[in-house]
Ligand binder design. Structure first.
Ligand code: COA
Length: 273
């Protein structure tokens, strides 16, 4: 595994653990971090990870874009700014479309671009004590670079979404859970154990079923019911083909022998499909 200046990467048991490692800067995302995240995702792809967990070192998850490194310093250098943006939005987009299940472990401060990141992840486990905010109005802009997309898609109530974007007022991880931005909020002391539990649950399952579950959800959200049925059935047969019909030949055959109860248990993968 390569080593990086701004990110720690650990890959084990088909899960990748990514830690933003600029605690002295509250893990804000510098140009180097953006460039390194592109390489981190290359490594994760090569390892064919099923799960990616992203968190921050110290008391911050991510204080958003590095306001000096990404905006102030390159402001009069358009080529440099374009390169930074290509890296930043490149890895954000790759992560959003990634076949692995992406989990954010929001351990502390989460602002601006940090909320964009939390917004594109599949699952977010947040410390109740964490502090979140759309702080852009406080320095004279609106949330950009995917952050408006992220808050608009993760805060179902228009009144709450606009309230936080317009005032810049902060809210807690507990409130993030109530609004649906976080899957679950729990005391910081329990965050590691809960993340491990969720990773373990996902790691038991097949790579293909996890990836297709995500893909079908994202596409079907924008479809009418009847085309959705057609699409879901077509994708089901695609999954069946790609996994050598494992769901019937292994899982349902095992159910027929009453070896597990699918309501509360998963079948045992015989190979990594
Ligand atoms: N960009 C650049 N530098 C940042 C930063 C950011 N987004 N967030 C924090 N830092 C830097 C601070 O400038 C400070 O640098 P210094 O030690 O050289 O003075 C260092 O990180 C520590 O930050 P500090 O403000 O002293 O920590 P804190 O714990 O008192 O406050 C925050 C934490 C997150 C509330 C505060 O740092 C902050 O408001 N950051 C900006 C958040 C933001 O608006 N992000 C949106 C960007 S899209």
């Amino acid at each position: 595994m390569a080593s990086y200046q701004t990110v720690l990467l650990d890959i084990r048991d088909s899960a990748a653990y990514v830690t933003f490692n600029r605690p002295e800067k509250r893990n804000c995302m510098s140009p180097t971090l953006h460039a390194e995240m592109c390489k981190v995702l290359d490594e994760i792809d090569q390892a064919r990870c099923k799960v990616i967990v992203i968190t921050g070192a110290g008391d911050a998850f991510c204080a958003g874009m590095d306001l000096e490194g990404c905006f102030l310093e390159p402001f009069d250098k358009p080529e440099l700014m374009a390169e930074i943006n290509t890296n930043a939005f490149g890895w954000f987009t790759r992560l959003k479309n990634h076949p692995a299940v992406t989990i954010g472990k929001v351990n502390g401060w989460c602002f601006g671009g940090g909320m964009a990141l939390a917004g594109v992840l599949d699952i977010v486990l947040a410390a109740e004590e964490s502090t979140w905010g759309l702080s852009e109005v406080n320095f004279g802009i609106f949330p950009g670079g995917g952050t408006t997309w992220a808050y608009a898609n993760n805060m179902p109530s228009r009144k709450k979404a606009l309230y936080y974007a317009l005032t810049g007022e902060t809210f807690t991880g507990k409130q993030a859970e109530e609004m649906g931005y976080a899957t679950r909020a729990l005391p910081l002391a329990q965050l590691d154990a809960e993340t491990d539990r969720v990773v373990k649950m996902l790691s038991r399952l097949g790579r293909t079923v996890l990836a297709k579950t995500k893909e079908v959800y994202e596409k079907v959200r924008w479809m009418d019911f009847e085309p959705a049925i057609d699409y879901e059935m077509a994708k089901l047969w695609e999954l069946s083909r790609e996994t050598n019909d494992d769901w019937v030949r292994t899982a349902l055959a095992s159910f027929k022998r009453r070896e597990f109860k699918p309501g509360t248990q998963s079948y045992t993968l015989t190979r990594d499909v």
